[in-house]
Design a protein around this ligand. Structure first.
Ligand code: ZN
Length: 179
């Protein structure tokens, strides 16, 4: 499978798997916009040198949000992609507050590649929060979300300068919109 075929195949899978899902923001963007944004950030952050990480970015919410399985991803895209997706998947059997605390707690133990994916994910989420906050979120709730994202990112073992710059820009935008 050439790289281009693999990545477009993953994009098509992502679009189908998340076809009924919308972002939480008031604009209700199709969820695939988020997946493409994260994949684009990962591709740029790695200079286009890590195909499997870009594929994992496209599929990173498919187990958590769409109940796809690790085995299904491994069968189609290989073990490396499946392992990366699982590394950024929360355990949805746990209450939300616990999952959020665990993300902070587990951040330092991520692999360098998963750390890049998580950094891109948080960057995309904060950019969306700034541009189109969820209806009904108070300023305090927005500010708390920004702080939580910063706490997760602070623990990640990645010094990727491009992503840290993009994350800082997203934080600044989100903080400006939350006052
Ligand atoms: Zn995500």
């Amino acid at each position: 499978m050439t790289e281009l075929i693999a990545v477009t195949k993953a994009a098509v899978r992502a679009a189908h798997w998340h076809s009924d899902q919308r972002r939480k923001g008031a604009a209700q963007e199709p969820y695939v916009n988020h997946l493409l944004e994260v994949a684009g950030l990962v591709a740029e952050a790695t200079g286009g040198e890590d195909l499997n990480l870009v594929i994992a970015a496209l599929l990173h919410d498919s187990v958590e949000d769409q109940e796809r399985t690790r085995a299904e991803i491994a069968a189609e895209f290989g073990e490396d992609v499946a392992a990366l997706v699982m590394e950024v998947t929360d355990d949805k059997t746990l209450p939300k507050a616990e999952r959020k605390a665990l993300q902070i707690h587990n951040a330092p133990h991520k692999s360098a590649r998963a750390a890049i994916l998580k950094l891109a994910d948080k960057t995309s989420n904060l950019t969306a929060l700034a541009l189109s906050p969820p209806a009904g979120w108070s300023m305090q709730r927005r500010a708390d979300y920004v702080q939580w994202a910063r706490d997760v990112v602070a623990g990640l073992p990645s010094d990727n300068a491009f992503l840290h710059r993009r994350f800082a820009e997203a934080v600044a935008k989100a903080e400006r919109s939350a006052v």
